[in-house]
Design a protein around this ligand. Structure first.
Ligand SMILES: C[S@@+](CC[C@H](N)C(=O)[O-])C[C@H]1O[C@@H](n2cnc3c(N)ncnc32)[C@H](O)[C@@H]1O
Length: 468
């Protein structure tokens, strides 16, 4: 879910779709400016509304006809200036394809993805989730069994992938409200082509999704996109340099099941879009008991409750999670400490600095982890950073007993962006593993010769020669 426009007074903006707030998947939301610019200029910078309205309109905004763009830009239409293409991807296996509305250049990015097109991994059998009613929230997803931290709950090819809006220049004589409505209408027309291309059962699944934008000028398709879309990064063509380029080639994915996830300020899952399989992957970020509701973050959950309330209002969500209902002041304080955490020193810099105590870095990260555990925010990247830093600190100290315990924690964090670089951590699970002695940080805190070697690497790093 993600982007919208502004409605009257005060200008309200909301992301088109809730979604992960940190990098990758998840929501491009935070990467976009969060406040609407209300000035309408004819420059390119202003031809894509930064936010769409979400408050009910008192009466529909009438838009003069005759300003619609021609929809003759379909891939293969022979129009060399096609800015948008409608296509189905990845067309690789018996699994369903995703209907895509892509801006020129994005398809090439997809086709060049290493491993693309990759078949979907086999589904969990029986499925680890089910769709069912969630009191006060409509439908939701629930676990069907105990799920372990780091498990993949499901892989899912989205129904649809669309940009967050279609740039529309300001027609002469249009008021701002008319321009916004015109933009919404154009967006609806473009999405309609993609929805009409879907297989009937996929279209039925899309149309059965919830729509919380029924009275704000959104059409029925854009309303569903705005309600259910989850942001996906990384599809911008290499030529996209400006903020404008990035915005117009940012996308939302809408899926039959993952889009049913309700919001929690302490979510237990994290979705991620995998370009090679062209699928969304849903991870459990902590152990989940059978029958528990599966949730994810629609907004930045490190913000204070009052700001979270504001961010959730476009989705008509009044969050009743523990952080919003019990001990909220203390929770706000803890979240702001997590948001403000700065490592102040890398593992290597601490290890070679004799003025700092041996447990200095470990203590700092343990305090951070306590806050994260208390707030149940394991999905955040900082959780993985902290866990890994503690493991590495023990390696610097030559303490393989503790390092191996932390290696086991690191390995469970399959959703982490650092996962690729965790390959090899499995060799550290055994405290007697010879992999320790080969590790670049091995005993550099306690062995002068090792520290000297590390120091020269540190200097190389400072000089841009690489390092940790
Ligand atoms: C993406 S949909 C989630 C699935 C939806 N509940 C359904 O019935 O299909 C987003 C909508 O779910 C509801 N919702 C999500 N999280 C909620 C929460 N924590 N409390 C209440 N309603 C919630 C709101 O109506 C919101 O507009």
């Amino acid at each position: 879910m993600r982007r919208g426009f502004l409605n009257s007074k005060p200008a309200k903006e909301h992301p088109n779709h809730p979604g992960p707030v940190s990098s990758s998947q998840t929501n491009t939301n935070l990467k976009l400016p969060s406040k609407a610019t209300t000035t309408v200029k004819s420059s390119q910078e202003n031809d894509l509304p930064r936010s769409f309205p979400y408050a009910a309109q008192e009466k529909p905004v009438e838009v003069p006809k005759g300003h619609e763009t021609k929809l003759n830009f379909v891939e293969g239409s022979g129009n060399p200036q096609a800015t948008y293409i409608w296509t189905a991807l990845p067309q690789v296996d018996d699994g369903p394809d995703t209907e895509c509305l892509l801006r020129a250049g994005s398809k090439e990015v997809i086709l060049k993805t290493p491993g693309f097109p990759k078949p979907l991994p086999p589904a969990n059998s029986p499925p680890a989730f089910r769709v069912g009613p969630s009191p006060g929230k409509g439908m939701g997803l629930f676990s069907t069994r105990d799920i372990e931290q780091g498990e993949t709950i499901l892989w899912e090819r989205p129904l649809l992938i669309v940009p967050l809006g279609i740039p529309t220049s300001l027609p002469a004589g249009f008021s701002k409200a008319q321009w916004i409505q015109h933009s919404l209408n154009e967006y609806e027309r473009y999405v309609e082509v993609a929805v009409n291309r879907m297989q009937e059962h996929r279209r039925a699944a899309f149309m059965s999704l919830h729509n919380c934008h029924t009275k704000d000028g959104s059409g029925p398709l854009v309303g569903r996109v705005r309600t259910n879309g989850i942001g996906v990064d990384g599809l911008q063509p290499a030529t996209a340099k400006t903020e404008y380029d990035m915005r117009v080639s940012s996308y939302s994915v809408i899926s039959e099941h993952i889009s049913r996830l309700n919001h929690s300020c302490s979510p237990n899952t994290r979705p991620s879009f995998d370009r090679a399989t062209f699928a969304q992957r849903l991870y459990a970020v902590r152990d989940i008991a059978a029958g528990e509701e599966l949730t994810f973050q629609y907004i930045n959950v490190l913000a204070k409750k009052t700001e979270r309330d504001e961010g959730l209002s476009p989705y008509a969500v009044v969050c009743a999670c523990l952080a919003c209902t019990e001990g909220t002041a203390e929770s706000d304080k803890s979240r702001s400490e997590i948001a403000g955490f700065k490592p102040t020193s890398s593992v290597l810099a601490w290890a070679v600095n004799r003025q700092l105590p041996d447990d200095w870095l470990i203590k700092k990260y343990m305090i951070l982890l306590d806050l994260i555990d208390k707030e149940r925010l394991e999905h955040l990247d900082v959780y993985c950073v902290a866990t890994r830093a503690i493991m590495e600190s023990y390696i610097c100290l030559g303490d393989t007993q503790n390092a191996s315990k932390w290696a086991a924690r690191v390995l469970r964090q399959s959703w982490s962006e650092m996962y690729e670089s965790q390959l090899g951590v499995d060799k550290l699970l055994d405290p007697d593993s010879p992999a320790y002695a080969k590790h670049a940080l091995w005993r550099i805190r306690v062995d002068t010769a090792a520290a000297t070697g590390a120091m020269s690497k540190l200097m190389g790093e400072a000089l841009g020669l690489g390092g940790w």
